[in-house]
Design a protein around this ligand. Structure first.
Ligand SMILES: [Zn+2]
Length: 48
């Protein structure tokens, strides 16, 4: 599981700052949830 890899479902964890975000595979909210995930990645991609 790595940041920047969009094939995971379950949770995304930043190993550097220990930040984490649960990821739920909910089709109805997938669009909005994906945005939040992208934001998390943007915030933490620099940590790696
Ligand atoms: Zn981080």
């Amino acid at each position: 599981m790595r940041l920047g890899d969009k094939h995971w479902w379950g949770a995304v964890v930043c190993c550097r700052c220990t930040g984490r975000m649960p990821v739920f595979c909910t089709p109805r909210d997938a669009g909005d949830h994906a945005k939040r995930i992208d934001e998390f990645i943007k915030d933490h991609i620099r940590c790696a």
